[in-house]
Design a protein around this ligand. Structure first.
Ligand code: 4NP
Length: 152
């Protein structure tokens, strides 16, 4: 069973969406996976996802409402098999947080969506384009399910 952690800045828009979208797609594909999400920032710890993101995801059949924000921690590098960052700034912060000697794969989420035209999921907290973020996350989640299904 693969343990996958999705990380963004606030853990109230992109990474909770990625967690729910990937969980649904993995389950539909019969892929056993344990999923979680976290933020590099701590502003929203304990809070629910951002209401406009909950609404945009619900319109596509994903339930983000029960999720609660947490901050990423060094132990996550031992507790997960794969860590995926929503943008380059998050990837850089995660690289700096990684404990010495740890080799957990750490990548950009959109490496799983080659050809989508970008390598970062634009932050909808600022762009207000929740559907654009969800489009990219769904594409990458499909790619990730396919890749994990192949690798077993
Ligand atoms: P996210 O979006 O990283 O996709 O969860 C953000 C939400 C809130 C903040 C930053 C990014 N904030 O600074 O409060």
């Amino acid at each position: 069973m693969k343990r996958v952690l999705f990380v963004c800045l606030g853990n109230i828009c992109r990474s909770p969406a990625a967690e729910a979208v990937f969980a649904a797609k993995a389950s539909a594909a019969g892929l056993a996976a344990s999923v979680d999400s976290a933020g590099t920032g701590g502003w929203h710890i304990g809070g629910p996802p951002y209401p406009p993101m909950i609404a945009a995801a619900a319109a596509r059949g994903y339930d983000l409402a029960p999720l609660r924000a947490r901050q990423v921690r060094r132990a996550d590098f031992d507790d997960f098999d794969l860590i995926l960052a929503m943008d380059r700034a998050t990837l850089a912060e995660l690289s700096a947080l990684r404990p010495g000697g740890n080799a957990t794969p750490l990548h950009l989420m959109l490496e799983n969506a080659p050809g989508c035209g970008t390598d970062e999921v634009p932050d909808p907290y600022y762009t207000r384009d929740f559907d654009r973020a969800l489009d990219l996350i769904e594409l990458a989640a499909d790619g990730l399910v396919a890749s994990l299904t192949r690798s077993g």
